[in-house]
Ligand binder design. Structure first.
Ligand code: KG4
Ligand code: ZN
Length: 342
């Protein structure tokens, strides 16, 4: 049985976990920085990097203590090496390098998106390759075919905002606070999803890409007109977003051969309305549906440790660089009309 220590620091969660090859999360700690960033309504990179630097070392010590093992007993140290806010990524990666050097343990540099992409396999041993993956987080919104560890084909991406970003911006417009996704979901529980007519950008387009900028502008107009209750706008936004996702995913799935499993991962996968809609979509296509438990959907270190387990045997050099951008499918063509997002 192998054990890997995972470190995650690419955005605003500082997280450390010890995971074994039997899929046990032996110990984990996670510190959210919501309180630090809330006054600014979004993540401030400099504040994030500083908070990671202050918290990480004692958290690593705590996890090893909880697990009752020494660093040298770990089979590898896996750390997020990108993509993400570069200051935070460097804090985690440099810490992992120092620990790897001091304990003579292999270092495995993990792509944060791969951590999300493989997280369903940590939650469920029966999920094998290939699978169709909807990866929806604060910075990314993609549909991928996952053929194996390190084998990703991107079928769709967003031409403007990511889905989590659309939730966060909607929360900001509606004054629901930070972090936005869970706040919109809570507000929507009290609202009528049919109350506010909102657009479904890209729905009906033959290619499965996403766009959410127009939906966000429509939310802003609905809020400014003063005609609608906040809960109704939240519920209508959430429904419009879900309709976009299921329509785009349907196009992508119908173009994929020999894939019988649909998987969702990333922070927005914690949303119950999104999960229910995807479950129905999978059933309509005779596919199996899998979603990790919500705590494994939002950023965490167990998924990074697990990606390390999947990559055991890899021994990255200690001069490996942190990467602010690191696409899962480097061969993917840029999308016409798209901004700079991978
Ligand atoms: O994967 P994640 O924790 O961090 C990134 O890698 O970006 O995803 C964070 C994103 C945020 O945009 C957050 O608002 C969204 O996931 N999110 C949600 C929910 N929980 C988190 N969006 C909708 N509903 C939720 N329950
Ligand atoms: Zn993430």
């Amino acid at each position: 049985m192998a054990q890997v220590l995972g470190i995650e620091s690419s955005c605003d969660e500082t997280a450390v976990a010890l995971v074994d090859s039997e899929r046990r999360i032996v110990a984990q700690r996670i510190a959210s920085q919501d309180a630090e960033h809330a006054p600014y309504g979004g993540v401030v990179p400099e504040i994030a990097a500083r908070a990671h630097a202050e918290r990480l070392a004692p958290m690593i010590e705590g996890v090893l203590e909880d697990a009752g093992i020494a660093l040298a007993d770990c089979d590898a140290i896996a750390a997020t090496a990108g993509p993400g806010l570069i200051g935070g990524v460097m804090v985690g990666l440099v810490s992992a390098k120092a620990l790897a050097m001091a304990s003579d343990t292999p270092l495995i540099a993990i792509n944060h998106l791969e951590g999300h992409a493989l997280s369903p396999r940590l939650a469920d041993a029966t999920i094998g390759f290939p699978y169709a993956l909807l990866l929806v987080s604060g910075g990314h919104c993609q549909i991928l075919k996952v053929d194996g560890v390190g084998e990703y084909r991107r079928l769709a991406t967003t031409i403007d905002d990511a889905l989590g970003e659309a939730f966060d911006k909607t929360a900001k417009i509606l004054g629901l606070g930070f972090p936005g996704g869970p706040a919109v979901e809570r507000a929507a529980l009290e609202g009528d999803a049919d109350a506010v007519p909102l657009p479904r950008p890209m729905v009906g387009s033959g290619e499965p890409h996403f766009s959410f900028a127009g939906l966000k502008s429509a939310v802003l107009r609905a809020d400014e007109c003063g005609q609608y209750a906040v809960a109704d706008i939240a519920a209508s936004f959430q429904q419009a977003a879900v309709d976009c996702v299921t329509d785009r995913l349907r196009i992508a799935i119908e173009g994929m051969d020999d894939v019988d499993t649909l998987v969702v991962a990333g922070g927005v996968a914690a949303n119950a309305t999104v999960r229910r809609a995807l479950e129905r979509l999978a059933a309509d296509h005779d596919m199996r549906f899998a979603a990790p438990p919500p705590k494994l959907c939002t950023d965490n270190a167990a998924m990074i440790a697990w990606a390390g387990i999947e990559r055991l045997g890899q021994d990255d050099p200690l001069d490996i660089s942190a990467r602010p951008r690191w696409p899962l499918d480097p061969e993917a063509e840029p999308v016409r009309g798209a901004g700079v997002k991978a």
